[in-house]
Write a protein that binds this ligand. Structure first.
Ligand code: KG4
Ligand code: ZN
Length: 343
């Protein structure tokens, strides 16, 4: 069974994974190592590209060695190498991609350039080992995408955000509320004690006859609520925080679930898959579980460890391309704006 080593370095996590798999059989994650830079960037309230790339180069080699050790695999036993080619930060992508290509050249093995979004998209199916036809919702820090998936490498765009990505909305609203970066987990934690119906925030584009999303109006509504309630400071009363977080989270969850379910019905898809950092959100996961079970729709959620950026999802996408003989030339460049190849 082929073994693939993948490197992910598109943003602020350096990650290396080893996966073993056979076409159509559950893939085995032999190692999935992540060196998080979150603490480093937290002081700046967001990702600083120069710091990110410097840390990728510092962490990558020890991380590759640790992943091989965890997997109990000798580098000579790796059959294919893969790396994220985009979208992401150019200087960060370059570190992982160059390293994976160098390893492939040295070993005389094939290389696969993987789209980061495709990694997220396929992450709910790592343990299944195959990708059934389905409707996919990717909700990450940079993207909110609805895709009709016929199978690996057969994707059609159904809808996307017109402005902020769902994760970006979480991060920006958290910043307004004085919560640390990244905002998603902080908002979820704070929302646990709040009333999701306390503030009537807008459900944007819910009634429009398309499957696009918009989150900037919701963000502005939170801002206006803050300035209304504390005209001098614009800072929320700490007592309001749980209700603000719960009401904001509920507005995002409702729109994501309603539009996804509607798109599935319109396209006749009976299977939905959810991926990306925001898909870690407990309120979103349970709302999807409920909506899908009520309609007899099969739901695939990515394993929590595979929701935020990781290399196992890149490895799985790489492995499927390897099975489909879709290898990449060694001069394949990174692309910070790499679009997902659509059919
Ligand atoms: O997929 P990801 O790790 O990176 C990108 O490719 O963007 O997603 C990161 C995003 C951030 O915006 C973060 O705030 C959000 O996912 N996120 C969450 C949760 N955990 C992470 N959003 C809502 N609830 C969470 N529990
Ligand atoms: Zn991501």
């Amino acid at each position: 069974m082929p073994i693939l080593l993948a490197i992910e370095s598109s943003c602020d996590e350096t990650a290396v994974a080893l996966l073993r798999g056979e076409d159509g059989r559950p893939a085995e994650v032999l190692a999935s190592e992540i060196a998080s830079q979150i603490d480093l960037h937290r002081a700046y309230g967001g990702v600083v590209p120069e710091l990110a790339s410097r840390n990728h180069s510092l962490h990558l080699r020890p991380l590759v060695e640790r992943a091989l050790e965890t997997a109990g695999v000798d580098i000579g036993a790796v059959d294919v190498f893969a790396a994220t080619a985009g979208p992401g930060l150019a200087s960060s992508l370059l570190i992982g991609s160059t390293a994976a290509k160098a390893l492939a050249v040295a070993a005389g093995k094939p290389f696969v350039a993987v789209n980061h979004l495709e990694g997220h998209l396929l992450s709910p199916f790592v343990h299944l080992g195959r990708v059934p036809p389905h409707l996919a919702l990717i909700v990450s820090g940079g993207h909110t995408l609805l895709l009709d998936v016929a199978g690996p490498a057969r994707y059609r765009s159904v809808g996307s955000t017109r402005d902020d990505a769902a994760g970006e909305a979480f991060d920006k609203v958290a910043k307004m509320l004085g919560l640390p970066y990244p905002g998603g987990p902080e908002i979820e934690k704070t929302a646990a004690e709040g009333d999701p119906a306390a503030f009537a925030f807008p459900r944007s584009m819910l009634k429009e006859p398309n499957f696009d999303f918009s989150f900037s109006g919701l963000k502005t509504a939170v801002l206006y609520t803050l300035t209304d309630r504390a005209p001098d400071s614009g800072r929320p009363d700490p007592g309001d925080l749980p209700d603000l977080c719960a009401s904001f989270q509920q507005a995002v969850v409702e729109v994501l679930v309603a539009k996804t379910v509607k798109a599935a019905a319109a396209l006749g898809r009976r299977t939905i898959a959810l991926s990306g950092g925001v898909s870690l959100n407990g309120a979103l996961r349970s709302a999807f579980r409920e909506a899908c079970s009520r309609r007899g729709i099969q739901l695939h959620l990515a394993d929590p460890a595979l929701c935020t950026d990781n290399a196992a999802m890149i490895a799985f996408a790489g492995l499927l391309h390897h099975f489909g003989k879709r290898h990449s030339p060694l001069d394949a460049d990174i692309d910070p704006n790499l679009p997902l190849a659509l059919a």
